[in-house]
Design a binder for this molecule. Structure first.
Ligand code: ASP
Length: 529
């Protein structure tokens, strides 16, 4: 046998590979996260290159351009647009194109390039007619984002049936109205108190660090112009806030429509009421319905186990696409603002939640934070409390020993209404923007921020990027210019990832405290205590 040696070698390698024990899932996810960040920073999207698609006669052509002397748009009717752009103005060009496109005008691009690389003064002109796309170039790091999207969509797919199923069962399992009111009261009080503490920490951090006063005028002007288009869109999405209206809107006219439109607060209200009345009607009628919802939520939790098998791939793809697309350089520009938000989030997550876990339960701190690792990594990579909910429920029940009924009541409620990280960031952002615009906020204004940010965080949907839309309401309440959100848009994604960790950790800390006060914390730590 000629290949005997080679075959043996392959056999040995295969058996060696099979003997390598894969690390535990949460470590695999952590490794994927770090590897994704490294991969994304290696295959970073260029900050200058653009890809342009245009229609020449009947053909669509796509080219990639990297360097130019002058970049001008010419709109239909040959009126020369006075705006021309330099090489570093990638985002301005893309935004300008979006504006022109929205106005339905046909545009061409005149590109004045250096003739040779030595920039010897000779230029070459190209005309790209009927432009249909102007965008950043993609790299392998951003091209694999779809793998991450599949992962987030799978987790989000579970969230609504899970919230409906588990909250209904959770509310029904509390047994009677008295217990329902007691546990509901405790949970909501904890949520309101922790959220107010979170915003206060945010306000203190922003007043201490004064990030707005450390920003120079040039950076301010640049950020305001670069993100002006995105701000228009965000301001358009933010609705007028009216407290009474919000209360009225809590009640779904049609619960099925609420489910179809993912109206989380309405689903929560319906599930709580349904669960409560199921425990009030005769057992023979209530029990089968409760069993149905119980089966539904169990099935959703089982589905999470399956989805988590691809978590390392999903996390890798999400992080590499985010780092590849946004890079870390914007973090430098907004260093003090980012520092104030992160300082606040750290203080709240490690300080306030430590206090809650220590004061209200006998669980060891290390058990709490270790038990939460998996949920925290998923929160960081998906930026969505809703997508993290199933994993958070699993962590609370299995690692922290919170009983099933408390988990199913406290966590889905928290994922929808309790957003400490979001509220904290809104506090910092409001003060930051005010500082940049030279406004000094007095005590009453800061108190108004505490109130509105608490309400806004309750109304924030547990999905990526909604915090910044709700921030507009907070800014309006104290008269800070809304267009100021342009200053912080560039770092919003990264901070969203971080604040989502705080959001879900807060829900778990409250679940531990409530469970402990009800004698429903079953972790082995307690047996030795
Ligand atoms: N992404 C956050 C969450 O889902 C909400 C936000 O702050 O935008 O918890």
């Amino acid at each position: 046998m000629i290949f005997r040696k080679e075959i043996l070698l392959i056999f040995y390698i295969l058996t060696a590979v099979m003997k390598i024990k894969l690390p535990k899932l949460h470590n695999q996810i952590l490794i994927a996260l770090i590897a994704g960040a490294i991969f994304g920073s290696i295959f970073n999207v260029s900050r200058t290159a653009l890809i342009i698609s245009y229609k020449a006669i009947d053909e669509t052509k796509t080219i990639s351009i990297r360097d130019w002397k002058k970049f001008s748009f010419v709109s239909e009717g040959m009126t020369f647009d006075s705006i021309s752009f330099k090489a570093h103005q990638q985002i301005e060009i893309i935004n300008y194109f979006k504006k022109v496109q929205a106005s339905d005008r046909k545009v061409s691009i005149i590109l004045e390039k250096y003739f040779s690389t030595e920039a010897d003064g000779k230029f070459d002109f190209s005309i790209l007619p009927n432009v249909i796309l102007v965008n950043k170039e993609k790299t392998i790091a951003t091209k694999i984002k779809w793998l991450g999207d599949i992962f987030i969509r799978l987790l989000t797919m579970i969230a609504i049936p899970l919230v409906l199923g588990s909250l209904t069962v959770g509310a029904a399992s509390l047994g009677d109205i008295k217990k329902f009111a007691r546990i509901g009261g405790k949970t909501i009080s904890f949520y309101l108190v922790t959220t107010s503490i979170a915003i206060s920490i945010g306000l203190v951090a922003a007043n201490l660090i004064q990030p707005g006063k450390r920003m120079n005028v040039e950076t301010k002007e640049r950020l305001l112009s670069v993100y002006s288009k995105d701000v228009e869109v965000k301001i358009g999405t933010a609705e007028e806030y009216n407290f009474i209206d919000e209360i009225v809107k809590l009640i779904p006219k049609n619960p099925f429509a609420a489910i179809a439109n993912a109206e989380m607060l309405q689903i929560v209200l319906f599930a709580l009421m349904l669960g409560l009345v199921l425990s009030l009607i005769p057992k023979s009628k209530g029990e089968p319905v409760i069993k149905f919802f119980d089966g539904l939520s169990e099935a959703m939790i089982k589905m999470v186990d399956l989805i988590m098998l691809i978590a390392p791939i999903g996390v890798f793809a999400l992080i590499s696409a985010t780092v590849g697309e946004f890079g870390f350089d914007i973090l430098q520009t907004l260093f003090w603002y980012v520092a104030a938000v992160l300082f606040g989030l750290f203080t709240h997550t490690l300080g306030t939640y430590t206090l809650i876990v220590k004061l209200f339960s006998k669980i060891k701190l290390s058990t709490f934070f270790k038990g939460m690792r998996k949920a925290q990594t998923i929160a960081f990579s998906t930026s969505s409390s809703a997508a993290t909910l199933p994993v958070n429920m699993e962590c609370c029940q299995e690692n922290l020993g919170v009983s099933k009924s408390i988990t199913s009541f406290v966590l889905p409620l928290g994922a929808t209404i309790n957003m400490d990280g979001t509220a904290l960031y809104q506090g910092v952002a409001a003060v930051f923007i005010a500082q940049v615009f030279g406004m000094d906020l007095n005590f009453m204004q800061q108190l108004t921020i505490v109130l509105t940010a608490t309400l806004a965080s309750i109304g924030t949907a547990p999905v990526p990027g909604v915090g910044i839309i709700m921030l507009i309401i907070v800014l309006k309440s104290v008269g800070i210019p809304e267009e100021g959100i342009a200053l912080i848009l560039g770092v919003d994604r990264i901070l969203d990832m971080c604040r989502t960790i705080t959001n879900i950790t807060g829900d778990a800390a409250v679940a531990v405290a409530v469970a402990s006060s009800e004698g429903e914390l079953l972790h082995p730590d307690l047996k030795n205590a």
